[in-house]
Design a protein around this ligand. Sequence first.
Ligand code: MIC
Ligand code: SF4
Length: 640
Amino acid sequence: MGSTLTEKILKKHLIKGKLEKGSNISIRIDQTLTQDATGTMAYLQFEAMEVPHVLTELSVSYVDHNTLQTDYRNADDHRYLQSIAAKYGIYFSRPGNGICHQLHLERFAIPGKTLLGSDSHTPTGGGVGMIAIGAGGLDVAAAMAGEPFYLKMPKVVNVHLTGKLPDFVSAKDIILEVLRRIGVKGAVNKVLEYTGSGIQTLTVPERGTITNMGTETGATTSIFPSDEMTKNFLEAQEREDQWIPLEPDDDAVYDEFIEINLNKLEPLIALPHSPGNVKLVREVEGKSIDQVCIGSCTNSTLRDLKIVANILKGKIIDKHVSLTISPGSRQVVDHLINSGEMSYLVKAGARILENTCGPCIGMGQAPSTDAVSLRTFNRNFLGRSGTKSANAYLVSPETAAVSSIFGKITNPRKLGKYPKIEMPDKFIINDNMIISPLEDGDSIQIIRGPNIKPLPAFEPLQDKLTGEVLLKVEDDITTDHIMPAGAKILPLRSNIPEISKYVFNIIDPTFPDRSLQKEGGFIIGGDNYGQGSSREHAAIAPKYLGLKAVITKSFARIHLANLVNFGIAPLTFVKKEDYNKIDQGDLLDIELKTLDSKKIIMKNLTKNLEIPLTHSLSEMEIVVLKAGGKLPFIKKKYAS
Ligand code: MIC
Ligand code: SF4
């Protein structure tokens, strides 16, 4: 019986466990990446581990999220991160150099390696045939300290592509089609592995768009083989020595199968407020738009911006539309300037922003009241744009650019002729905004600004949890609901007491005060609780407010791990319908002595009911949870 590519790479990195679906395994991590919004906390935790130097083959710290710098706080974080990188042997990508995933793909991703990143879109690296996984900052800090990464052996889904994309249909439409078929929880604890003749037509950056947004299906990661296309890409990045061929065996056995005929794909669009709410562009054509944002780690490659530039060449955007462009990297900008294509964008009226996440995470460019915003990004959750009443739609660069001309959601085919673009054989390489690690960083002083507060210490988990249901929520609650981002809140990422004031701000701004008054309590959730980002602040800040356990129908992978890492019990209903037996305000009593047996009894004291609960935690996770989280657990380990 042959192996999938996922199994082959995992096998090479396996430390403990068996590669059997659903069983707990641990793997060696070769590379890590962090970005500044999660990185400050991750490195505070790394420092607490007291390891003198990172133990990975390569670790990179990117600054791309918090670059608005409306006061000293973002800049202080950048300075802290730069000093940490110098001290501990980490590459440092300076603010403005580009978006972490795009840069990592260009400069560092290597076929066959493992990458763990403190950002949920780390799977972008799967575009060159590596196992690239998003995780909470603490797990990434632990990997830098040489700890293995623990995960459930995922099922492997074969996404078999045939045919060739028609004009005006691009990689974004492929991943939107995957989302249309399986939705935002369709691939939880699964890997999406791409094969078929259709993949030969897709370049690495196009593959990166697909693996990037695979995150929105809940997948652990997504991966393409390493083939001639990969070789060409690495050659063009002057990294041909890092290429190795990698593919699944012909008789590889997959758990599930999805077939997509690229010839038949049409331009697609995700409607508010979920990336899984996918329709044909022509079904919603004609709706007036106020804003178009092109960029993000999904669609800011040279190919994407060249297509946009050539669609806009000689045209002017509609007078009611604001068009922003955030290029993925300086390499992309350099090419656009050299080729003259940057001027097509400028002349058409585009507002050229920094090479950062920008509007994707609400860092500026919030749309107007009730606006319709068309974005090439990967997420359109409620309020994420910075304007709660706005409606964000997710589309390809082609659909975004053509729509910006007409001022309405427009099928890009209306443009008539698909522009031809010329891609360079070699990319312009200029790594002077990446600072290499020092041989010996011992003498480096860490620089901490006043906004950087130490991580609060948390007590071990008690055997019996009592308290009130502070909030009851529906299915598919995202980490953007739990711990919103945006220009106002993101600068508080290194200050837990301050950021905790915004927990659940979008759903119920009274949550933080109520929680503190009641000395903590519980949250009741539906399916896929905690989908979306890797931000561990969605666990740490509620923990700071006294959250003891979250009881749901099911959890998203990264958030579940983050809850354990910070000592919050993630429990699930044995019978999903028991969700209906609890209301906000009910008093609960949960006995955790039986955690190991997975059989837990919860008493609803208000309604005088007993409700059976369970969990999906491994033995290791139970130990971590009981210790009050991963940090006390690791500290204990290094102390002994
Ligand atoms: C996101 O796209 O939501 C983010 C911002 O990149 C997050 C990380 C964070 O919250 O800092 C992610 O995707 O993990
Ligand atoms: Fe940045 Fe947006 Fe990508 Fe997150 S999804 S890393 S905020 S560009």
